[in-house]
Design a protein around this ligand. Structure first.
Ligand code: SF4
Length: 483
């Protein structure tokens, strides 16, 4: 199957107050808490109005908040923060989107969007110009019209037509909020309750619930459709598929450390990952363990504690540079990613003359790692070992994380498809200038997360696309993005 790499991995929320309170302030605060899932654009939708959408961080619209809260006042709303690599970051691609009387926000990737677009009137699809979310929303609206607005039935059909991952929040002009999670549960989605205002909410992560003082009730189940309305919470399964395929990369990099997903706290999981790596790769002659900021910090701490080594903050982000506080991986353009990693400041007193073990969450292209190794060498490191919490990334993700084309993945470039992790580690060490690179493996990582390996997705490492039901033909970067 030829598939386009169209990414809409993001953060979504959906909120409904049974007491009729204005939930728009909750939307804004919860989206701020999900900012690590998308830095490019944000938006909010309420019934009967065109969605409000803005480029940039939620906080960059702070001067507008009072006006937004007043103009969009509603007891039902959905919201979105966007992270994408699709063409340019334009306002047209920001979400929520509106099709007829349905507003939609989406976290995930619809991999067969070209095929799906043929079902909504044959519009011309190019990955640079059209959103997979818009195509899915148009198709859903068609199904709703044919099925007397029965959302469960419409989702059953849509799900069978789509390949990929999704966590959707929907809002109807009649004021009902829906949330749907794909049958494999690739991306996280949780249900919460704010007691003081009798308000239900769904969000990509529980950190968004905490941000507004709501309690985590439970995960939205894979294949579940939740409806929030004056009748309270209603739930139906639109699909039942096993095994689940929760994204392992959420646990090592993407999710917020404070979040709880499938009953597992992300911070605790990351610390355990470090402990398990220390047992697998004990670098006994190391002088100091240093995290690559920020995601790998708990793993580095776990690694150091397990081996009784010193843990130090030897690399700091320059939070005052233009993009210093941003996450480099989810920046859409390579020059921005490099700019962020150039803004990492070493502390010479921690590094000079030492064998430094740095712990990082992943190596994708290798350019960021090479930049960090250079920084450590300039600061006088005697020897540099890099321990990576995620296994070698050798294959593109079609379930919502923006890895580049396969040809750009540094692990794949080292004959990665056939070679063992230890040999890839040796070769990648040469490429990035480290003395030693140790990659995690899927079994060790699953055990550290605390979930059966078969319930986690590791496709980007193994190349096994069974859970998506596809055998993709990989495209080049130019084919994917037109650049
Ligand atoms: S392919 Fe990798 S990044 Fe994508 S969902 Fe699976 S584990 Fe996550």
């Amino acid at each position: 199957m030829v598939i386009f790499m169209v990414h809409e991995n993001c953060g979504v929320v959906g909120i409904f107050s049974l007491d009729g309170r204005n939930v728009v302030p909750f939307v804004i605060d919860s989206l701020r808490a999900l900012q690590h899932r998308g830095q490019e654009a944000w938006g909010v939708a309420v019934p009967g109005k065109k969605p409000y959408r803005q480029l940039g961080l939620v906080s960059s619209s702070a001067s507008e908040f009072q006006k937004i809260v007043k103009v969009y006042k509603s007891s039902a709303a959905i919201g979105h923060v966007r992270y994408s690599t699709l063409g340019k970051s334009t306002l047209d691609n920001a979400q929520p989107l509106k099709v007829k009387d349905l507003c939609v926000a989406h976290n995930g990737t619809i991999a067969n969007v070209e095929q799906l677009s043929g079902m909504v009137g044959g519009c011309t699809f190019t990955p640079q110009t059209m959103s997979d979310t818009l195509v899915a929303a148009q198709r859903l609206v068609m199904h709703l019209e044919e099925r007397g607005d029965n959302m469960t039935s419409a989702m059953q059909i849509l799900k069978s037509e789509m390949v990929g991952s999704f966590c959707f929040t929907f809002l109807t002009d009649a004021g009902a909020v829906y949330a749907a999670r794909d049958p494999r549960g690739f991306r996280p989605l949780v249900l919460g309750y704010h007691k003081e205002t009798n308000t239900y909410m769904v969000a990509s992560e529980s950190c968004a619930l905490s941000a507004v003082g709501a309690q985590l009730v439970r995960d939205v189940e894979p294949g579940e459709l939740v409806k929030m309305s004056e009748r309270g919470i209603e739930s139906q399964q639109f699909a039942n598929e096993k095994p689940h395929a929760h994204c392992a990369f959420e646990y090592t990099y993407f999710a917020h450390p404070s979040s709880i997903m499938e009953g597992i706290n992300v911070y605790a999981a990351r610390k355990r990952i470090g402990q398990f790596l220390a047992k697998k790769f004990p670098i006994a002659d190391a002088d100091v363990v240093v995290p690559v900021p920020d995601s790998a910090r708990p793993a580095a701490l776990g690694y150091a504690q397990q081996l009784g080594l010193a843990f130090e903050e030897g690399l700091l982000k320059d939070r005052y540079s233009k993009k210093g506080s941003m996450r480099s991986f989810i920046e859409p353009y390579q020059n921005s990613r490099v700019e962020i990693n150039k803004g990492i400041i070493p502390i010479r007193e921690v590094i000079e003359g030492k064998h430094v073990v740095i712990v990082d969450d992943s190596i994708v292209r290798g350019t960021s790692s090479a930049e960090i190794i250079k920084t450590l060498r300039r600061a006088g490191a005697r020897k540099i070992s890099l321990v990576v919490t995620y296994p070698p990334i050798r294959y593109p993700c079609y379930a919502g994380i923006d890895f580049p084309s396969q040809e750009e993945l540094v692990a794949y470039q080292q004959d990665g498809a056939e070679t063992s992790s230890s040999i890839i580690g040796e070769r990648v060490a040469n490429v990035i200038g480290a003395d030693y690179v140790a990659y995690n493996d899927t079994s060790n990582l699953a055990q550290a997360i605390g979930m059966p390996e078969q319930e986690l997705c590791f496709t980007c490492s193994t190349g096994d696309y069974t859970s998506l039901g596809i055998r993709p033909q990989f495209k080049t970067r130019i084919e994917m993005k037109g650049e």
